[in-house]
Structure formats: C-alpha cells, structure tokens
Design a protein around this ligand. Sequence first.
Ligand code: ZN
Length: 80
Amino acid sequence: MRRGCISQGNILCDNCNQTIPYAGRYLTVEEKGSKETAEGGETKDYCVKCCLEKKYAEYREEKGERILTFFYEEKKLPQS
Ligand SMILES: [Zn+2]
C-alpha cells in the first residue's frame, strides 16, 4: 500500500536516512521483506529520490512542466 504525504520536517527516509524537508513530498509504503504488501507489513517512508530509484514514482511531462507522480495511490484520491 502506498500513500503520498507531505513532510512536517521530522520525517526520515528509511532508505537513505536523509531528512525530508518541511513541506517536501514523500511516500509511505507498506513493505514486508522489502516487497510491497497490501497489509501486515512495515510502514516505510521514502524521499522522492528513493521513490524514483525504487520505481514508486516518476516524472512526467505535462504541458511543458515536469510533474512528479507517485504511482497508484495518488490517482485514487478524489478530485477536489
Ligand atoms: Zn531517500
């Protein structure tokens, strides 16, 4: 399970151990044995750089802008 979040400035990336700066985006992923799982795993926080490395996110070009997309969960969020 994945969820895109906004850092309050006190989040550490579980992969590279760097602080995710205030208002920075990060992803929580539930993993079991370093594989993503729907439930019953450990919740890990990953910075954008590590999400890109792990293929949990990618940059897409939209109208000339580079937009960061977290896969799956973000698409399910209701449109406001
Ligand atoms: Zn990281």
